[in-house]
Design a protein around this ligand. Structure first.
Ligand SMILES: [Zn+2]
Length: 137
């Protein structure tokens, strides 16, 4: 299953944010990720702002799989982690821009502002998406 962050306007006011537990209002933009919970796939919804706070760079502690490409990741390889507390989902650095594409369209983020950026080597930083305001036409 391909997993990436999706963004939509809330279709009801019944969802609540997995991070802050507060309600997401009807029509408010929300960010979601599909995850496996209790034997079925459910979408975990978060406020845009709360989702942004869930991104983190770190290194694999064992073998794993990129959730977007399903490619194997080796221990020690750098990754972008997403809301680990709720989803346990992570991506290869080179796929992180694609995994977050819909999200970044609504909320531009500089990779430098994400937790853990300091652990990345220069070559690894080059794999990340370019912040929109510095992109050349
Ligand atoms: Zn929230």
């Amino acid at each position: 299953m391909v997993k990436k962050v999706k963004v939509e306007k809330a279709k009801s006011d019944k969802s609540s944010c997995k991070k802050c537990q507060k309600k997401i209002g009807f029509g408010e933009l929300r960010a979601g990720i599909d995850c496996w919970m209790g034997g079925r796939t459910v979408t975990a919804w978060l406020h845009m702002k709360c989702m942004a706070e869930c991104f983190k760079f770190d290194r694999c502690k064992g073998k794993g799989k990129c959730k977007l490409s399903a490619e194997t990741m080796e221990k020690g390889e750098a990754r972008l982690e997403l809301a680990r507390e709720y989803t346990g989902i992570f991506f290869k650095l080179k796929h992180s821009g694609a995994a977050l594409a819909d999200f970044l369209k609504e909320k531009a983020m500089d990779p430098k502002s994400i937790k853990g950026y300091k652990v990345l080597a220069t070559t690894e930083r080059k794999l990340l998406w370019k912040p929109r305001n510095t992109r050349r036409a």
